[in-house]
Design a protein around this ligand. Structure first.
Ligand SMILES: C[S@@+](CC[C@H](N)C(=O)[O-])C[C@H]1O[C@@H](n2cnc3c(N)ncnc32)[C@H](O)[C@@H]1O
Length: 247
């Protein structure tokens, strides 16, 4: 049983994405920041500075997600944030063909395993000038990848200067909304400017960052979040966005 809140052009569901998303019908774009898949062990001298990573694990957001929630029956395009280590599984799971330039370097060898869903895709990046200090014998996590995949009629849109594959923006401290992975407004505003259509769904809404950007852009928004505290934060943020639009 889910709890539903309507705020202006937004409809928010407190409940499970895998149950609710299939019942919500077609949206022009699904924009999601689903649970990551990563290893939080180690940390060395920087261990104490990784509170947000520990909260990700505590909330069970380190175990990945079921790719079946991404369906061309439900959306014309999809935007998915992911951890670096998920790229190998995720890209071949959602991209059909028609590769171009550097995307091909990552994707070409993986196509044998495809479950074709979308015709074209691009790999994009949120570049963080303030990455977490721990590296675990890896690069600094100063790039968070996201994938934008689309079918015919839902190609990326935007002014020429908005069509870069990267956005540079500082990450949001987890204390602001009590959530470890809040996406900054600048990142979400760019993504929403680049998706085609009028309706946006975020099945893993968190604190509602996608919804805030969608409402500010004049789009309809549907979001799902299972954590009641984060759901309340999303309601509050989206109420603010709606009332600022109405002012
Ligand atoms: C990476 S966070 C998204 C954060 C969001 N982008 C923001 O800016 O606040 C993923 C969210 O999905 C939620 N979540 C995880 N599994 C879920 C499920 N099966 N159904 C609904 N929500 C889920 C988590 O509680 C978490 O808040």
């Amino acid at each position: 049983m889910s709890h539903i809140v309507k705020i202006g052009a937004a409809t928010l569901y407190l409940g499970d994405a895998y149950e609710i998303r299939p019942t919500l019908g077609f949206h022009d774009a699904d924009v999601m920041d689903p649970p990551y898949l990563f290893n939080n062990s180690g940390g060395g001298a920087y261990r104490a500075a990784r509170g947000a990573s520990d909260q990700i694990v505590t909330e069970g957001l380190d175990r990945g997600f079921d790719h079946a929630i991404v369906s061309p029956e439900l959306c014309g395009a999809v935007v998915i944030f992911c951890h670096n280590d998920q790229l190998g599984d995720l890209i071949p799971a959602i991209v059909e063909d028609e590769l171009n330039d550097f995307d091909a370097l990552l994707v070409a060898d993986m196509f044998a395993a495809l479950r074709p869903k979308f015709r074209r895709a691009a790999l994009l990046a949120w570049i963080k000038p303030n990455p977490a200090p721990h590296r675990n014998k890896h690069y600094l996590a100063d790039i968070e990848p996201y994938i934008h995949a689309w079918n015919q009629g839902f190609a990326p849109v935007g002014d020429h200067h908005d069509m870069h594959r990267w956005i540079n923006a500082g990450s949001m401290p987890s204390k602001v909304y009590g959530h470890p992975t809040v996406k900054p407004d600048a990142v979400m505003d760019k993504i929403i400017r680049n998706v085609a259509g009028e309706s946006v769904c975020d099945p893993f809404m968190g604190t509602g960052s996608t919804g805030v950007a969608a409402i500010r852009a004049g789009k309809r928004f549907v979001g799902i979040e299972r954590n009641p505290a984060h759901f309340e934060t999303a309601c509050r943020r989206i109420e603010d966005a709606v009332s600022m639009g109405a002012a």
